[in-house]
Design a protein around this ligand. Structure first.
Ligand code: FAD
Length: 416
């Protein structure tokens, strides 16, 4: 891979780049690939030494598969061991219920592909490394923006061998929910507080156990919601509980988690016995936020840096990559000709902000109307009437599928 070797020194001035992308997550890695294949020189800076991310989301939605198909990479991605989710089976007090079924979608890829995020990012960056325009620097932690007269002109980062300066015509902040670039640029996101948090953990697969219909299971228990996603060698499990109650959940002890899971779905009682230590759990403090402005001269933010999505529908990766696709569509030619204006940056926000607002609005509705009530109730809930209504009306029935798979409109690469 084209990982940079930068000469050692406390501060070295490296060659400048037309485009410096901060953050090798889904948004930054995909944007780097798309720009490099369009002939734009791009440097991707990632602060970690590898792409290993436990429980950062492993979902590749149909819209992303269609885009990878446009550039001839979808089939190759499918060669990586994966599972497929076509829709959850939710277990309510009055029986199982399937709120949506992605197999109804009109697409070559009517499913969510579950691939460890580390494999996905390695795949994308190794494809990008086939282009001489791509340069990846691992263990490069951006700490400062270079600014001249209100214009961002690149970054300073701490590498393994000291501090470096990377002058750039355009800097992209794709450094995730705790974005340093966002903070350095002075952008303040508007936050909303979704009413829940999630603990993620693994459960073992038992010999010869049957798959769950649709590849995903959701169970509404007494004040708890369980999610289980089928993976090749394990179950990826999530325990959803009311926001701010983590200490309470812990105080009840891990046996309470095991009991609650077994009550919600007796089929998983045996699996739950493997839970013995809180170290097995990863806490996701659920957040939802959006920056009012995503750009300033010389700088654009995309992905979680611009908008953190609630986990409802698992669309964070999908939306981050869609931002990258739109950014590549709008910026590739201006970057090549050295004529990126603030109008181009505003155009990326214009195309992406509305879909983000719509999906965040729908997530809020779901959280407040359905999830918060289920989490507050000590009774096992029946299927909410709104859900029953949705699946009965043909037009409405396909709406959640389309929203989850594609958002409010399909994003396509304008040049392949
Ligand atoms: C526990 C958990 C579970 C999740 N599950 C799902 C899911 O199932 N499906 C889904 O769609 N989404 C899920 N998400 C959300 C999803 O991870 C994000 O929406 C998505 O990764 C956003 O992509 P991104 O590229 O914008 O940011 P990130 O994926 O956050 O990538 C940002 C990158 O920037 C790097 N970085 C940060 N600061 C610096 C710096 N100063 N210098 C250099 N590099 C830096 C980071 O190391 C990271 O690699 C989950 C999130 C969490 C926390």
């Amino acid at each position: 891979m084209n990982v940079s070797t930068i000469p050692p020194g406390p501060t070295s001035n490296n060659e400048s780049t037309p485009c410096c992308i901060v953050g090798g997550g889904p948004a930054g890695a995909v944007l780097a690939l798309l720009l490099a294949r369009r002939g734009v020189r791009v440097t991707l800076l990632e602060m970690h030494k590898d792409f290993d991310r436990e429980f950062r989301g492993d979902t590749i939605h149909p819209s992303i598969l269609e885009i990878l198909d446009q550039i001839g990479l979808a089939e190759k991605l499918h060669e990586i061991p994966h599972t497929k989710v076509t829709g959850p089976t939710l277990q309510f007090a009055d029986g199982p219920f399937r709120p949506f079924d992605l197999t109804r979608l009109k697409t070559r890829f009517p499913y969510i592909l579950m691939i460890p995020q580390v494999r996905f990012l390695e795949f994308i960056t190794s494809e990008a490394a086939k282009y001489p325009q791509f340069r990846l620097v691992m263990q490069a932690q951006v700490q400062h923006l270079i600014e001249e007269n209100g214009v961002v002109r690149g970054v300073r980062y701490l590498g393994v061998d000291g501090e470096h300066e990377l002058p750039a015509t355009l800097t992209i902040g794709a450094d995730g929910r705790f974005s340093m670039v966002r903070r350095l640029a002075g952008f303040e996101p508007i936050k909303t507080a979704p009413p829940m948090d999630v603990l993620w953990f693994r459960l073992p697969k038992l010999p010869d156990e049957p798959p769950v219909v649709g590849g995903a299971f959701g169970g509404i228990g007494r004040g708890r919601i369980f999610i289980l996603l089928e993976r090749n060698e394990y179950w990826q499990a999530g325990l959803v509980f009311p926001k701010g109650k983590y200490q309470e959940v812990r105080a009840q002890g891990i046996e309470a988690v095991r009991k609650s899971l077994a009550e919600t779905e007796p089929r998983f009682a045996k699996h739950a016995e493997s839970l013995t230590d809180w170290q097995q759990m990863n806490l996701l403090s659920v957040e939802s936020s959006r920056c009012p402005v995503w750009h300033k001269p010389g700088l654009l933010m995309i992905g979680d840096a611009a908008h953190v999505m609630s986990p409802v529908g698992g669309v964070g990766i999908n939306y981050a990559i869609q931002d990258a696709v739109v950014a590549a569509n709008v910026l590739a030619e201006p970057l090549k000709s050295g004529s990126v204006s603030e109008g181009h940056l505003a155009e990326v926000q214009r195309q992406r902000e509305f879909p983000t607002r719509v999906i965040q609005g729908m997530q809020k509705l779901m959280q407040e109307r359905l999830l918060a009530r289920a989490l507050q109730s000590q009774e096992r809930a029946g299927v909410p009437w709104q859900l029953k209504l949705f699946v009965k009306i043909p037009f409405l029935r396909d709406l959640p599928c389309n929203l989850i798979a594609f958002g409010i409109r399909r994003v396509r690469l304008t040049e392949t």
